[in-house]
Design a protein around this ligand. Structure first.
Ligand code: AMP
Length: 598
């Protein structure tokens, strides 16, 4: 939520008895005293992060110290018990996978016991654990870091690279997130930025950033679809661009579909090849790390060539002797392995268009972003579905950072651009005593900012408090939605049951961060609201199913003078089908379980 009512972040933990480890992060955000002259754009990616800045009116990507345009989004604990970030962390991925975190973007802001996290646990070569407040953290030997802290370390590295390049302090940034990120995930990134010593000027959706980069310097009036297939997430968004107004009209995606899933399919294939050639595969975590690395190399090479030989000496032991994997992967084989993943992205594009009553022919341009969109099969499927070749106007790895830099600069100037985003996931409240039903309050695809009121009545005489459980998702029950937190209303006026009525206003601002306010309807007094994420989502779901602390009046009324709908445009769309379940484990789950013992 956008207020300060959150509990402070869980500090990094070092196991008792272990020597102290220097993390290089404050325990809680310390806002920099002076705002820097320059504000940069940061694409905080699953695999790599990228920063850009506007100089002399032109956007440019900030090169890292060693001349790369991107920085690996990785954090590791090295053998000397030092925390290392970026390329140094990537350097130890192959031989120390259990102490090297990558893919934190998929876990940040997610409840540890959510179904999606539980189904993915065996895919991570490092140990994912729960923070005290029920979110995901990672255990690297004796050190436990929350995912927010991992992201903060990556952002701190990006900040350092920018300062080194620009020769001055940089503490302001626009940071991008997938359009399909939940409210909790957005808030977690904002807090990670603050921990890294950044004023986060704006959380910006990646497709909107890509559209900004696409339209820069051109006078476009177009409806575009941004297809963003990165390392770990997929987003499809339809935007209408006219002069300086960039309006998202529909969005959808999958925060568990990206290049790493393609790699996992290849790894599963390589393991079965090994087993076909030599019998049961007894590889350890290092063997899996080497396989994953080889799979990614093969995948990228096969975007340019038809065949790729893979040779991994001493991969695993067979009957006591170290045995190599020797196999040649062809583009045709690769395409057969990953075609279902590409089809999932195309289905999402179809649904995002349908939500708005559009078809593939209604799109003027398809903009591809994210490294995985370089795959020829992706481009062929897009061409077939839309009936036209995708645009080559933006660089798939850099467009998002460039767009963020353009917005950062625009926020500093008088003639800014106008960005109108939409709510990616519906928000609702758990109905007490309703068998776990969720009443939707704000519909998916409502233009931002949006404000809706929900009215409640007491169920007991002189009731003093209400607990309002907030969920996100398209499902009708708490089991199908994600728990966001509990809003506690305290200090209610005395009165017979049913006589005290409260209007609770849900506001989602431009960045899609939630603020909740409550007003007692009799005297019109503000009611104190505190937000808590205490209690695991499972416990809360149980309580919602059982308790009846307030009457499920369930009246949602647009209040007079509501903020929402700032201009003509789409309001609410019919509820779409729920997002598809997380990808099947592709045979890897069992293998990882074998080596992690889970
Ligand atoms: P991003 O998060 O946008 O940096 O995307 C990174 C993902 O893109 C990783 O899974 C890479 O393996 C993948 N990728 C990068 N280059 C290529 C390529 N030439 N062909 C296929 N996938 C690629």
């Amino acid at each position: 939520m956008a207020d300060d009512a959150h509990p402070p972040p869980t500090p990094p933990r070092v196991e008792p008895g272990a020597p102290a480890i220097e993390i290089g992060l404050p325990d809680r955000p310390v806002p920099p005293s002076r705002r820097s002259r320059i504000s940069i754009g940061i694409d905080l990616g699953t695999s790599n992060s990228c920063a850009a800045v506007v100089q002399n009116g032109r956007p440019r990507v900030i090169p890292s110290r060693d001349g790369y345009n991107t920085i690996p989004s990785m954090v590791a604990l090295n053998q000397r018990q030092r925390v290392v970030v970026g390329r140094n962390a990537k350097g130890q991925l192959l031989f120390s996978p259990a102490r090297t975190v990558h893919g934190a973007k998929r876990l940040v802001g997610r409840a540890f016991d959510s179904a999606v996290v539980q189904s993915m646990l065996s895919h991570f070569p490092y140990e994912v654990v729960s923070t005290e407040d029920g979110f995901c953290a990672v255990r690297l030997g004796p050190l436990t870091l929350s995912m927010e802290q991992v992201q903060a370390l990556v952002l701190q590295e990006v900040k350092g690279v920018a300062e080194n390049f620009l020769g001055e302090e940089v503490n302001r940034a626009v940071i991008t997130v997938p359009a399909y990120y939940s409210e909790r995930q957005r808030e977690a990134v904002r807090r990670a930025g603050a921990l890294a010593g950044l004023h986060v000027e704006r959380i910006l959706n990646e497709p909107t950033a890509a559209a900004l980069a696409y339209a820069w310097g051109r006078n476009v009036r177009e409806r575009v679809l941004v297809y963003d297939l990165g390392g770990g997430t997929f987003d499809a968004s339809v935007l209408e661009l006219a002069d300086r107004v960039y309006q998202v009209v529909s969005t959808g995606g999958d925060t568990f579909l990206g290049g790493v899933d393609f790699d996992q399919r290849i790894v599963a294939h390589l393991v079965s090849e090994f087993e076909r050639q030599h019998g049961p595969f007894q590889g350890d975590a290092v063997a899996f790390s080497r396989l994953t690395d080889a799979a990614e190399r093969a995948k990228c090479a096969l975007s340019e060539q038809e065949r790729f030989p893979i040779h991994l000496p001493y991969l695993a032991s067979v009957d006591g002797s170290p045995t190599a994997l020797d196999v040649t992967l062809t583009r045709t084989e690769l395409e057969a392995l990953v075609a279902p993943l590409v089809e999932r992205t195309v289905r999402t594009c179809a649904r995002v268009l349908q939500d708005k009553g559009l078809g593939p022919g209604d799109v003027d341009e398809v903009i591809l972003v994210g490294g995985q969109s370089r795959m020829p099969l992706v481009q062929e499927r897009i061409r077939a579905f839309f009936g036209k070749a995708p645009s080559k106007a933006v660089h798939p790895d850099e467009a998002v950072a460039v767009g963020a830099a353009l917005l950062a600069q625009s926020l500093d100037s008088a003639e800014g651009v106008v960005l109108i985003d939409v709510v990616p996931i519906s928000i609702g409240v758990g109905l007490p005593g309703g068998g776990g039903r969720v009443k939707r309050v704000i519909e998916r695809n409502s233009p931002l900012p949006v404000r809706k009121e929900y009215q409640l009545a007491t169920t007991k005489d002189d009731q003093k408090t209400f607990d309002l459980w907030i969920f996100e998702g398209e499902g009708a029950t708490v089991a199908e939605c994600q728990y966001l937190g509990t809003v506690q209303l305290t200090g209610l006026p005395r009165g017979a049951k049913g006589s005290v009525r409260i209007a609770v206003a849900f506001e989602l601002g431009e960045e899609c961060l939630l603020t909740v306010r409550a007003r007692e309807l009799g005297a019109g007094r503000e009611v104190e609201v505190t937000f808590t994420t205490k209690g695991t989502p499972a416990e809360v779901k149980k309580r919602v199913e059982k308790e009846a602390s307030y009457a499920a009046a369930g009246i949602v009324v647009p209040p007079p003078g509501a903020v929402g709908t700032p201009h003509p445009g789409p309001v609410a769309h019919p509820a779409p089908a729920a997002e598809p379940p997380p990808p099947a484990s592709g045979g890897l789950k069992g293998l990882w379980s074998r080596i992690t013992g889970r």
